[in-house]
Write a protein that binds this ligand. Structure first.
Ligand SMILES: [Zn+2]
Length: 550
């Protein structure tokens, strides 16, 4: 009975799958698959031994809850690609729990009948030993995994949700076990005289929708980049395309110089921006505002980090103050007369944004309750997120306040300290869908089938007095709304004095970028990347009716 209750709670997905298949040859195949996976649940629920049955029940419960939580939050089917993205974003688990605690709780509730249904001792016959109770379900699971493998990870739609995450984990395990090892590559280009005279900075913001900045839209919030500043020239390249709509893929590619045609190998084998910088005589510095305690993120590992001379995190600073602390530290580095190449990961405006700014900096209202959100990057609060129209309106206001604090406030602080003769390339890892048009689900980025807004990012170049370098002003007006992340790596190499390699065009060449981002960055199991175009004029703009500005 409990198993039936569990299956009935997933009834919507079953109906959807059947409707999408219609009366076709695929329908009996789906029915057979569904039947086999239900049979597997029933068989394990009838294992005689408590000591075997309860752990299996727990595993199935966790898996089913994970699947249900993801589908509830995104409003989309949870694919293998999404599974890989979620693993990559595991560092943001605390954020997700804080933002979507309510949905995660409901998901766990929906999987509870499964836990009890499998875990509770069967009172009637038949009861099974390991052959029928374990071997047959295992064979069914392996068969299901093999089918997913052959279909490139597809085909789990509408099956009992307990099985897909387990099968995805098996898929990932077998992929890792059979992956050929890649020989790391060193720097092969020879650096000449740097074209930039000072420090070179790759400044990566977090979750910034370019249309919410005043430099790109009159209704945007104060970015600190719209007014002339003394000691620094600001060149706005407008709205650009990200590598992808998740943090890891964009960051990894920005540091490794992956191209649209060849990013898997380059991102794995290098050489990295650190290697290029060191070979050209720079000191390498990484400022990471997001993680603490030396934890790596965004695909970095110890072998990449060994080329970083100064690895700085801000664990002793409150999350609310981290970007401001980064600005102060960055300004010091830019003026210390050491030639640095610096990569920065800001706090920016990742969810939850309810309390990433001080209450006194509330300019846009009404906002959601700040609740227990203060200090969150890594702590958890159970307060949920109301994804109704009203909830989104409040959320967008909190988002604006956060952007004004962590972007506008950041640049105020940075410029007050001074940038010396540095050249700074500013962008965000990905954009945001802030639900201006209304769509199901509560995800802002990294979703299974993203909207263009998730891959749209700001691109701005800041040149301190005496920075030298190319004609940024001319490039910014010629290439406004035509650039992408893919020009960053070759641009950085050029500033360090490297000749043009095979990394593609720089920001200062006449650009006609595809303006497409990768919606299938992992592209595993023989699948190809999938590209989604951005048309800057068609991106959603900040709705004027959201706020009573203070
Ligand atoms: Zn991100």
């Amino acid at each position: 009975m409990l198993l039936l209750v569990y299956l009935a709670l997933g009834g919507d997905a079953i109906v959807e799958r059947v409707q999408s298949l219609g009366v076709s040859a695929a329908l009996p195949a789906y029915v057979a698959l569904f039947g086999a996976l239900v049979l597997a649940l029933w068989l394990v629920s009838r294992i005689h031994s408590d000591r075997i049955r309860w752990p299996i029940a727990l595993l199935l419960f966790v898996s089913a809850g994970f699947m249900a939580a993801n589908e509830r939050i995104t409003g989309q089917h949870f694919t293998y690609e999404s599974f890989l993205n979620m693993l990559d974003a595991a560092g943001f688990f605390g954020d997700a729990l804080a933002q979507h605690g309510g949905q995660i709780g409901l998901a766990a509730l929906s999987a509870l009948p499964l836990w009890l249904g499998v875990g509770l001792r069967p009172r009637t016959r038949p009861q099974f030993g390991w052959k029928a109770g374990i071997a047959i379900p295992l064979a069914i699971l392996i068969g299901f995994t093999a089918m997913l493998f052959m279909r490139g990870g597809d085909g789990a739609r509408g099956v009992p949700g307990a099985w897909p995450p387990i099968a995805y984990a098996l898929l990932l395990g077998s992929e890792r076990a059979t992956r050929p090892s890649v020989e790391p590559r060193g720097v092969e280009l020879t650096p000449g005289r740097p074209s930039a005279s000072g420090d070179i900075v790759l400044l990566i913001d977090e979750s910034i929708a370019p249309t919410y900045l005043d430099v790109n839209d009159p209704a945007g919030v104060r970015s600190g980049l719209a007014q002339p500043r003394s000691g620094v020239a600001i060149h706005n390249f407008g709205i650009g395309a990200a590598v992808t709509h998740c943090s890891l893929g964009s960051n990894l590619t920005l540091r490794h110089g992956g191209t649209r045609e060849d990013y898997h190998l380059r991102n794995t084998a290098g050489p990295t921006i650190w290697q290029y910088a060191k070979a050209a005589g720079y000191r390498t510095v990484y400022l990471d505002a997001q993680r603490t305690g030396g934890a790596f993120q965004n695909g970095m590992d110890a072998s990449e980090a060994k080329d970083i001379d100064r690895f700085v995190q801000f664990g002793d600073v409150d999350v609310i103050d981290r970007d401001h602390a980064v600005a102060a530290r960055l300004s010091e580095l830019l003026r210390d007369n050491v030639r640095d190449v610096i990569v920065v990961n800001k706090i920016g405006a990742h969810f939850p944004v309810q309390a990433k700014y001080p209450e006194s900096a509330t300019r846009y209202a009404p906002v959601p309750s700040r609740g227990g959100f203060a200090g969150i990057v890594d702590t958890a609060s159970r307060e949920g997120f109301d994804d109704s129209g009203k909830g989104w309106r409040r959320y967008r206001n909190a988002y604006r306040n956060t952007v004004e604090w962590n972007v506008g406030g950041f640049f105020d602080r940075l410029f007050a300290g001074g940038v010396g003769n540095a050249t700074i390339l500013y962008t965000a890892d990905h954009g945001q869908d802030l639900n201006e048009v209304g769509r199901p689900g509560a995800s802002t980025h990294c979703s299974g089938s993203p909207t263009p807004a998730e891959g749209a990012v700001p691109i701005v170049v800041l040149a301190g007095e005496g920075a030298g370098g190319p004609d940024w002003g001319g490039a910014a007006s010629a290439n406004a709304n035509r650039a992408s992340h893919y020009q960053f790596f070759p641009t950085l190499l050029g500033l360090m004095g490297y000749p043009a390699g095979d990394y593609g065009a720089t920001l200062t060449m006449p650009l006609d970028d595809e303006m497409r981002f990768n919606t299938r960055f992992n592209a595993r199991l023989g699948r190809l990347p999938q590209w989604l175009a951005i048309y800057p004029d068609e991106l959603p703009r900040p709705p004027a009716t959201d706020s009573e500005t203070r």
